[in-house]
Write a protein that binds this ligand. Structure first.
Ligand SMILES: NC(=O)c1ccc[n+]([C@@H]2O[C@H](COP(=O)([O-])OP(=O)(O)OC[C@H]3O[C@@H](n4cnc5c(N)ncnc54)[C@H](O)[C@@H]3O)[C@@H](O)[C@H]2O)c1
Length: 365
């Protein structure tokens, strides 16, 4: 199963980055999108990305020219077929992805491997619409794909072990750190990070902690780049809530993962975080300029005696640890895979099991 040529379907945020990554490593790469404007935006985006790589000394001008030469842009699905691997990065819609996989399966040679970049849909549900589900798996890249080392490689119910291994080896050859996860809602990072956000919202709503205090505690005690509110605003409250709802529903509506009304109210008002200039915080030129006064009004009056930064971090990280233990207990991923995914996917200094081993504060099993 030697992979020599790669095709990507969908030239949006993720598809264009995945195409750039493969082209940079010398793979003849076809990038396909039915929308002509998406294709021309992707072409320009990749050109700039490669030029930046040269400026920063990551590769030579000759390598950039080779990468540009390796790329082909198309809006015809038949052009993606001559490849050993096709990666789908179309919008997050189960029906659409099932249709795409049914068509690819019917038209591509049986030895062509088919990967989906879905972040919250069931890879098995996509694979089951094909005649050859053994050649289907998930490759969950993180944004931006050329930069982020982590890829969650998702083994669906019927993925063939050789298919999994071939894609695993390919990702390693690109300098990525793949982690293995069985097909399950939210895979690793999106699932175990749920309590980070929810616990943050409970801390402000029930315990009277300040939003800024929670974020600052996470950064200063936990050493993470963003606290839960900064991170939700950064990701987009709507995108984050859609993932929250998908995971909650797919796991059978467990009370601990119920989406929080505070976040739902903001999304309903169109206050979506950094991209709309207002979320939990207000933004001026993409920088935080203060708290959203409407959120403050909804919260209880601050208690005089508030939680210590250490206790806040213990609550946030303890929530992640609890979800990580559940995921591991279900046999979906190893402790090592979970730790690696949280470190590389979220830029945390430690994964939850590593934290539990070195911290006397961590909740015991
Ligand atoms: N954006 C992220 O940070 C991120 C991270 C990890 C995974 N994902 C997942 O990656 C996938 C793509 O997300 P995105 O953010 O790049 O979306 P996007 O909306 O930026 O891009 C999707 C592209 O797919 C194209 N498209 C529509 N129908 C198509 C079809 N039938 N065939 C091929 N292309 C089609 C659209 O024209 C668009 O250009 C989703 O499944 C998403 O959940 C996104």
């Amino acid at each position: 199963m030697e992979i020599r040529r790669v095709s990507i379907l969908g030239a949006g945020t993720m598809g264009r980055g995945i195409a750039q990554l493969f082209a940079q490593h010398g793979y003849p790469t076809v990038l396909c999108d039915p929308m002509a404007p998406a294709l021309s935006r992707a072409r320009e985006f990749i050109r700039k990305g490669l030029a930046r790589g040269v400026q920063k000394g990551k590769f030579s001008a000759r390598d950039r020219d080779a990468a540009e030469g390796a790329l082909r842009f198309t809006s015809r699905i038949q052009d993606v077929l001559p490849a050993e691997l096709i990666v789908e990065a179309a919008p997050e819609d189960l029906g659409l992805k099932q249709r795409i996989f049914r068509e690819l399966d019917a038209r591509a040679l049986p030895e062509v491997l088919l990967a989906t970049n879905t972040s919250s849909l069931s890879v098995s549900a996509i694979a089951e619409k094909t005649q050859h589900p053994e050649r289907v798996l998930g490759t969950h890249f993180f944004n931006p794909p050329p930069v982020m080392k982590l890829v969650e490689v998702v083994r669906a119910r019927r993925t063939d072990a050789r298919v999994f291994q071939a894609v695993w080896d390919l990702l390693k050859s690109l300098g990525k750190t793949p982690v293995e996860v069985q097909d399950s809602p939210g895979f690793i990072v999106n699932r175990v990070l749920r309590p980070y956000y929810l616990e943050g919202m409970r801390l402000v709503e029930v315990e009277g902690a300040g939003i800024e205090t929670v974020d600052q505690s996470a950064r200063e005690v936990g050493g993470v780049p963003m606290g839960p509110f900064e991170l939700m605003d950064f990701i987009g409250l709507d995108v984050n809530l859609a993932i929250a709802r998908a995971i909650y529903g797919a796991l059978g509506n467990p009370a601990r993962l119920k989406p929080h009304p505070l976040q739902e109210a903001l999304v309903q008002k169109g206050e979506l975080g950094r991209k709309s200039g207002v979320g939990f915080y207000l933004y001026r030129d993409s920088e935080i300029s203060g708290l959203n006064p409407a959120v403050e009004k909804q919260l209880p009056k601050r208690e005089k005696i508030s939680l210590s930064p250490e206790e806040i971090w213990r609550r946030l990280c303890g929530g992640i640890l609890e979800e990580a233990r559940l995921l591991h207990g279900e046999g979906r991923a190893s402790e090592e895979a979970i730790d690696t995914a949280v470190r590389l996917g979220m830029r945390f200094p430690q994964g939850p099991f590593e934290w539990a081993r070195v911290s006397s504060d961590a909740p015991k099993v």
